[in-house]
Ligand binder design. Sequence first.
Ligand code: ATP
Ligand code: MG
Length: 569
Amino acid sequence: MRLSKFLLATLREAPSDAETQSHKLMIRAGMIRRIAAGIYNFLPTGLRVFKKVENIIREEMNNTGALEVMMPFVTPSDLWIKSGRWDIYGKELLRFKDRADREFCLGPTHEEVVTDLVDREIKSYKNLPLTIYQIQPKFRDEIRPRFGVMRAREFVMKDAYSFDIDEPSAEISYQKMFDAYKRIFERCSLNFKAVEADSGNIGGSVSHEFMVLTDTGEDVIMTCDKCDFAANLKSTPVVFDEQYQIDRKDYLPLDLVATPSLVSVSEVSEFLKTTFRNVVKTMIVSTNQGFEAALIRGDHELSITKYKRFRELDTVELATADQIKKLNTIKGFSGPIDLDIKIYADNAIRPMINFVTGANQLDKHCMNVNFGRDFNINDFGDLREAQPGDKCQCPEEGVLTTTRGIEVGHVFKLGRKYSDSMSAKFVDKNGKEKSFFMGCYGIGVGRVIAAAIEQNNDDNGIKLPLSIAPFEVVVIPTDLKNNDVVKFSEQIYHFLLDSKFDVAIDDRDETPGVKFKDAELLGIPWHVVVGPKSLAKDVVELKNRLTGASEEIKKNDYTKIEETINETS
Ligand code: ATP
Ligand code: MG
């Protein structure tokens, strides 16, 4: 590629709304441009990287025997009604009507479409197992699109779906995908970890997320210092093994106290001269079964994910101030006494007595509150988020610590969730009808690129590995007026082209400084610099962007350039 004919579109400054390094660098390197919140154009440089990641994914999918298909982006509501997700998917699902008033949505994931497809095409166990995949756009109306293509609204996903006759066979399909994911992320030179995860909106029982480890990741990962446990914070279990006995003789009389404008646990505990641990927060949640309250100790946080799973609910979100008001209580002052909804408490509440709660009145709290005496709890469960320092479940009693990560891939065991609800069946070898055993597997292509850049950059720009860099090598003639420089640059360029390198020549009429800066910004791993001074010494310079190393190579020894690149990469 001649950069004089290319749309390089590099910028010296990053836009002010770009928060993360990858977002800033992808814009500065001319890879992407925003056209609306969470909606991006990929420019030629970005698309080159995109295609390389896509090809790695496609090769590894094909190696597992998965078959590529392409399902539509626009999907009809009836499939979603059949699976039961039309009503519970929430606002991320962008719904609309066609001219005949029929309802559709933009596919945020394709379990419904693929289950329907396979149900129609596969009749017998003889055609199983089957895994099919596609690489195509998805739309999720994310509440907070951000970090460029990392959390976009329209993004391209590789989504694969496996269909098996039973659980043992589905386990093999899952493991194949798990291994393929490892190879994909290794080929993209990512530093990643597979962690246990919650299955969220997709459903199913077991899932693993592939996390790229970086301090700027949105996800928090808990790991154990003794065993190899690693899980997303959202689904990390908290071990509750405290031995306790509540002595009812120790109950103190209930007390209503004024706490003017004091809402937070720290303000209330300080004012009432008690500890965080002696305050109980009453979190009102709105669910598909109505309002409920979750009681959480003052120094803990409610895990909506765990609450949803514990209560086996489809949707759970924190209630708004208005909703809370309708329940005859006040945001910031809610408490369990006389609260006319179901109350569930985190296990950490079990041993507590004489604690502080809101009083359901403005500027008032209750002291010396006790369950059993002052109010009743419907059930206790593991409802809080794990914290650093918590115990691991392992027999070695390891301690949990946190790291951060970016979720680039997710593999799920779905079981019969979709095949049952959509009655997708095959005939087994005994002639009996059975529902398919399914799995589903996603990778966000744009997010992989952003994560790779987040993990690999420096002050001068992007440092992508050879496998996914926009070009593998750039030949940089530093002086276009010098015939020798031009001649040798062209010869090297053509040699590298013939040797099947993805090579660019920076034949733009720009200063050497501009060319070097752009080559570094784009993260091209190898730079061959051809300048009058080095040619006078019969050499050219070969620089490695990733290590910073530079060496002089005899100007006619093209194969040495090829060898060095092949050996070092
Ligand atoms: P998150 O928790 O980050 O929203 P998710 O759990 O909703 O992700 P999945 O439904 O598992 O994501 O989707 C599979 C993959 O698609 C993710 O691992 C990620 O790589 C990608 N992905 C999901 N949402 C987005 C998005 N908004 N922008 C870009 N990529 C995304
Ligand atoms: Mg999501």
